[in-house]
Write a protein that binds this ligand. Structure first.
Ligand SMILES: [Zn+2]
Ligand SMILES: [Zn+2]
Length: 292
């Protein structure tokens, strides 16, 4: 299979997604220990041998594990992160320094696209969250006739979906977006007030309603039929329900006349696998070349 994407785990107990393009494997976040990564990869017929790099959204502890940094070093796999992540990664564990010393840490900056093997181009986008800096990513596949063959928007922890993110995600064929909580369940929860305020605040997490609004903005600004899959990320165990989030996603897509499929990522199991081959290119009409 030339290109595929799935979520190995999503939620406050650990986040990790897997993108594989022409044999090149990328982990987005490494919030699972190496053995858990291996067992989730095994469910889709892959292993650590299929992983060639990792990219980090932010330094909250559900997005990276020190043991997995050690595993990256052992396997000589590069980690792409912001230079402004270094301090936290050094502070909470010893393995990052060793990865740095081995020359396995690569840097990225907001809004500056960088290339990975297999024709993948990644653009980091800053998002508001209480781990500064936090990034969403737009990942474009190899070039096709009318642009990238497919494109993936990935935003897992953010308090608000701001205009620059909505613009950056226009035209994506796969949108992986946080549907963290139901605002009502969050407010009615027995959590301490400061935690509720944090989640609902502009540096917290997206509610089902906020995420649905973001989906609406992105789909309305995109070519008809561009979006093929909506992947719901980082659902709260206490303050959301998979069926509730899925219904929000399906409702907003139905209102928009979109036939995109909804996949709700889970904490304790690998998601469905999304094939990415030619998704985007096939949604466009074939252009007829004028004769000379
Ligand atoms: Zn998180
Ligand atoms: Zn976070």
């Amino acid at each position: 299979m030339p290109a595929r994407f799935c979520v190995l785990a999503s939620g406050s107990s650990g986040n990790c997604a897997f993108l594989q393009v022409n044999g090149f494997g990328l982990l987005i976040d490494i919030g699972l220990g190496p053995r858990f990564v291996a067992s989730r990869l095994a469910t889709i017929g892959a292993s650590w041998r299929d992983v060639h790099a990792a990219v980090l959204t932010h330094t909250h502890s559900d997005h990276w594990k020190d043991a997995t940094l050690a595993h990256l070093k052992q396997m000589r796999l590069p980690l792409y992160c912001s230079p402004r992540h270094h301090e936290d990664l050094k502070k909470y564990g010893g393995r990052f320094t060793a990865l740095l010393q081995e020359g396995l840490v690569r840097s990225f900056e907001a809004n500056i696209p960088f290339d990975l093997p297999a024709g993948i181009q990644i653009t980091p986008i800053s998002v508001p969250h209480d781990a500064e800096p936090t990034f969403a990513f737009r990942l474009n596949g190899p070039p096709g006739l009318f642009g990238p063959q497919w494109s993936l928007g990935y935003a897992s922890d953010l308090g608000e979906a701001r205009e620059d993110l909505l613009t950056a995600f226009q035209g994506v064929s796969v949108l992986a977006l946080e549907f963290n909580h139901c605002e009502h369940l969050e407010r009615m929860s027995l959590r301490p007030k400061f935690l509720i305020d944090r989640v609902l605040g502009p540096l917290g997490h997206l509610s089902n309603d906020q995420a649905s609004q973001a989906v609406q903005s992105i789909v309305q600004a995109s070519d008809r039929g561009a979006l093929r899959h909506l992947v719901q990320l980082h659902l709260s165990q206490d303050c959301n329900r998979p069926t509730l989030a899925a219904q929000h996603g399906k409702d907003v897509l139905a209102e928009l006349g979109s036939s995109a499929k909804v996949i709700t990522a889970q904490q304790f199991a690998t998601s469905d696998v999304i094939p990415l081959e030619g998704d985007f290119a096939r949604s466009r009409p074939i252009a007829v070349q004028p004769s000379a």
